[in-house]
Design a protein around this ligand. Structure first.
Ligand code: GH3
Ligand code: MG
Ligand code: MG
Length: 404
């Protein structure tokens, strides 16, 4: 053991040094409390033998300051004193000492006391180690309980908790909060074609893109369930959310994940539903999710491979056309004339004349605009159904829920 001997008498220090060296201990020496404190900090002794009465700083004060250093720097302190009164012992223990021996101390007693203290110190260290391991395991467990096992994103449970918190925060701060619900297009067919393992790999790649497009620390990408994902975007306007949605689709398109059986593109695509909680509104999480889900349903209905915003079907909806066009311009996308969608399940602009008229009649209405998202169009696909960042128009009737 590394033992710090503190005594103002050089003779006593020398005597102890001889005894302790014989017992195979390493000895450090200090002549007063102040010097002892310096060595305590610099040398980290395993045990301290300290006199009570010393000039500059006495043993009590030195012990108190050693104990004030905290649990991590703990080492046993044994007082060595010529004072025999019970009160002296009491004071020494009170100051932080662990034992009190009256000088002169026999070599046998000193050796036995040091062994006992060593045992105590070993147990204490083990306890510290175990509690550190326990704290690390707890942190790990807590992280795992928030994580989706396959993708490593936040899981549904954590998403639910976060959304509730973010809604409260948004209502306090008066900031907008956006939510994007994301669903892979024709994923069942993808599984059928490439197997469940292939499907799992694809989910991981989509998760990777989601992480990549989250620019702000507060953004939370999560797996909502199955092949559905969700993004919580605090302090984000509808226009901002649209930019994120576009970035995500562009990132997926850039991966060029072949999806031969997709009816909308030869590469994997996403449909997205955006909803924003405007500043000062008090909606529950389920309402915001429902809004995003309705927008997602519309994206599916209008041909997939696109992002739709909740509220855009109303002429005076909260998301203005100008905002969308700005966001689209930021993405390098341009508006084009409405085009037919081969994948639109029920209604499309080409089959529904009201779609075109509504698009043309009101430039201030964002109602019927949604853009075709990046991704290469399969050969022979009608214009506006695939790659190239075209904008499409179509009016769909929301009749139910999207996705699984
Ligand atoms: P849509 O374009 O309308 O979204 O069609 P879809 O085929 O993507 O949607 P549907 O809800 O019919 O099918 C979703 C599929 O996602 C079905 C299921 O097998 C698959 N899926 C869900 N969870 C997982 C998963 O963890 N791993 C894999 N490989 N597939 C999954
Ligand atoms: Mg799907
Ligand atoms: Mg689904």
């Amino acid at each position: 053991m590394k033992i710090l001997v503190v005594d103002d008498s050089a003779t006593i220090r020398a005597g102890l040094r001889i005894q302790l060296t014989r017992m195979q201990h390493e000895v450090l020496e200090a002549e007063n409390g102040e010097r002892a404190l310096e060595m305590w900090g610099a040398q980290r002794p395993d045990l301290v033998l300290i006199d009570v009465m010393m000039p500059v700083m006495d043993g009590y004060e030195a012990a108190r300051q050693m104990r004030a250093a905290g649990q991590d720097e703990w080492a046993p302190i044994i007082f060595l004193s010529s004072m025999e009164a019970d009160q002296d012992l009491e004071r020494a223990i009170e100051a932080g000492g662990d034992d009190y021996l009256v000088k002169p101390v026999s070599a046998v007693v000193l050796s036995a006391k040091i062994r006992a203290m060593h045992r105590l110190e070993t147990m204490r260290r083990r306890l510290l180690e175990v509690s550190r391991e326990l704290a690390a395991s707890n942190r790990q467990l807590e992280m795992l309980s928030r994580q989706d096992g396959l993708t490593g994103l936040a899981n549904r449970r954590y998403f639910d908790a976060c959304l509730a918190t973010e809604i409260r925060r948004a209502s306090r701060s008066g900031e907008p909060l956006s939510l994007i619900l994301i669903d892979i297009d024709y994923f069942k067919l993808y599984n059928d074609a490439y197997g469940h393992q292939g499907g799992d790999d694809c989910l991981k790649r989509v998760a990777g893109c989601m992480q990549a497009v989250c620019q702000r620390a507060a953004d939370l990408p999560a797996r909502y369930g199955g092949e559905e994902f969700v993004l919580i975007l605090p302090n984000t306007t509808p226009e901002g959310a649209r930019i994120v949605a576009n970035s995500l689709s562009a990132a997926i398109a850039a991966l060029e994940i072949t999806h031969a059986s997709s009816k909308v593109n030869r590469f994997l695509t996403l449909s997205q539903g955006i909803a924003t909680l405007p500043p000062g509104t008090e909606l529950g999480p389920e309402v915001l999710i429902e809004h995003a889900d309705q927008a997602l349903y519309r994206a599916k209905e209008r041909g997939r491979n696109r992002a739709e915003m909740h509220g855009e079907t109303t002429a005076q909806g909260p998301m203005g056309l100008a905002a969308n066009v700005q966001a689209d311009a930021a993405m390098g996308l341009s508006a084009q004339a409405p085009a037919s969608s081969s994948a639109s399940s029920s209604t499309s602009s080409s089959t529904n004349p009201s779609a075109n008229s509504s698009m043309n009649s009101s430039a201030s209405s964002p109602a019927n605009l949604s853009e075709g998202l990046p991704g290469a169009a399969p050969a022979g696909t009608p214009p506006g159904t695939g790659a190239g960042g075209t904008m499409q128009a179509g009016v769909g009737t929301v009749t139910g829920k999207a996705g699984t």
